[in-house]
Design a protein around this ligand. Structure first.
Ligand code: IPD
Length: 273
């Protein structure tokens, strides 16, 4: 099945700009929230509405394409990643930010073909920052090419982390250990509340390394290709090859900094997507 990635990008740009208007118009309003996997894993009606809008918009043009969507997954629709063209969608990455009107939320959309992400879009509608990449064609922020910083040492790095959405004691202790190690050596640590945002910041050179274990395919799919196209590295946090479905990511400005950091991390292996 031949896929025209430029046509796909045009479609998803249009749909995400439309969805972005909805998110932006609601971020400062009161939301009705429900919880999903844990007591601090939230979903709002906007997450569900935006995912529906995106999936229906794509289906109209590509009725045979498949979908792995955060909210469809939560509703029990669990697609495996196959070689078929598959859209991997997080309608609102940073739902906790959205709930609290903290202005850092992103729509994150990746398109995998042959099991590999070939196209990615991350759009922060509040800050109007639109990141995109197509395999082999570089990465862009609002139509300007972007590159990773190239920083090679943790001692020169600004690092992004997240505290995750699990209250599990073992998990929290691993996160605390890793953040403590990173904070001891880096210039500084940031936790922005959106995995897609963190990956996009690595791609544009504002963050030098980001690591998280326990996230999902829809948090990482677009960021994976955008970082690689910006010249950065994406690997598994144990130093192995990145696997989109294994819920673990280490994105960085260079392979050197990734190789320095990963042997010092405690590892957490969640159930696969
Ligand atoms: C979450 C955010 C957060 C990360 C969590 C994700 P969501 O995504 O990306 O930064 O720490 O692991 O689940 O639920 O807001 O789409």
């Amino acid at each position: 099945q031949a896929v025209n990635l430029h046509e796909c990008l045009d479609l998803i740009t249009r749909l995400s700009r439309h969805a972005g208007k909805i998110i932006k118009s609601r971020i400062n309003q009161k939301k009705t929230i429900e919880t999903k996997a844990t007591s601090i894993d939230f979903v709002t009606e906007t997450d569900q509405e935006v995912e529906k809008l995106l999936i229906e918009g794509i289906k109209q043009k590509y009725p045979n394409h498949k979908f792995i969507g955060e909210e469809s997954f939560a509703a029990g629709i669990k697609e495996k990643l196959t070689s078929a063209p598959t859209w991997i969608i997080d309608p609102v990455d940073g739902t906790t930010n959205f709930v609290h009107s903290y202005p850092n939320v992103c729509i994150s959309i990746g398109l995998a073909v042959g099991g590999e992400v070939k196209l990615g879009v991350i759009f922060n509608p509040v800050l109007d920052m639109f990141f995109r990449a197509i395999k082999g064609e570089g990465a862009f922020l609002n139509d300007e090419p972007i590159k990773v910083s190239g920083v090679k040492n943790l001692s020169d790095a600004l690092v992004a982390v997240e505290f995750g959405s699990s209250r599990d004691e073992d998990f929290r202790s691993i996160v605390a250990h890793n953040i403590n190690y990173l904070a001891k050596h880096a210039h500084g640590i940031r936790a922005a509340g959106s995995a897609a945002w963190n990956l996009a910041q690595v791609a544009r050179g504002a963050i030098d390394l980001y690591v998280e274990m326990g996230i999902h395919a829809w948090d990482m799919a677009a960021g994976d290709i955008i970082i690689r196209e910006a010249g950065g590295s994406v690997m598994d946090p144990a130093g192995k090859e990145f696997d989109l479905m294994k819920r673990r990511v280490l994105g960085s400005s260079s392979i050197e900094i990734a190789n320095e950091v990963y042997p010092n991390l405690q590892q957490y292996y969640p159930e696969h997507d």
